[in-house]
Ligand binder design. Structure first.
Ligand code: PAN
Ligand code: ZN
Length: 194
């Protein structure tokens, strides 16, 4: 057991390692977890509940998947994962992630866009809001205390790599109650932020 700052770290040190990331597919090898989110996993997230219900009954499509190489969830560690957010809409609203605050609020994150285009939506509990366009090569910084959600506005998978602190954890419950102040909708003129 060692002390790191004011927090206790109990796991044994990791040896250096490498992972292989396929920029096109988002495949991360090796990975130790793969999380799938279907339309039915996102009740209440989309504005059009009727359209959502139709999609669930019609086969419940896969909205996104997250591949992660799990390491101890402890201060000092950095967790690496990729998200593959598929193209599609629920009604007029583009496919998006659930979105979350980190349970430990004072932890940031870095996203690197690899394929496709979309938005990173951000908000704070104090009423702050932001929307950052993302595409291949975009490095987006999520500051501590900002909830974050991504949206795919393209016709191909929106793929991005993320790195976040080991102790961060994920708080989905707050977003399920409040939602985000902005939505991204498909219009005849293209993606519109509302
Ligand atoms: C990302 C997200 C991933 C899926 O790795 O977890 O894009 O989004 P949800 O977690 O909101 O379902 C991240 O921000 N990790 O902290
Ligand atoms: Zn996060």
């Amino acid at each position: 057991m060692t002390e790191s700052g004011d927090r206790t770290v109990s796991s044994k040190p990791l040896d250096p390692f490498t992972l292989m990331l396929d920029f096109r597919s988002g495949a991360l090898e090796p990975h130790t977890s793969r999380t799938e989110r279907h339309v039915s996993d996102m009740q209440g997230a989309y504005a059009d509940a009727t359209a959502q219900e139709h999609l669930v009954k019609g086969g419940d499509p896969l909205v996104y998947e997250v591949l992660q190489y799990d390491i101890p969830e402890e201060v000092g560690q950095l967790i690496c994962c990729t998200t593959v957010l598929h193209p599609g809409t629920v009604g007029d609203e583009y496919f998006m992630t659930k979105g979350h605050y980190h349970s430990v609020r004072d932890t940031g994150e870095v996203y690197l866009g690899l394929r496709g285009h979309g938005y990173l939506l951000l908000m704070t509990e104090e009423g702050g809001k932001a929307a950052t366009p993302m595409g291949p090569g975009t490095v987006a910084y999520v500051p501590p205390n900002w909830a974050h959600r991504t949206v795919n506005t393209s016709e191909e998978p929106f793929v991005f790599f993320a790195v976040y602190p080991g102790q961060a954890g994920h708080d989905y419950g707050t977003i399920e109650k409040t939602g985000f102040p902005q939505r991204v909708l498909r219009t005849p003129e293209g993606a519109e932020l509302r």
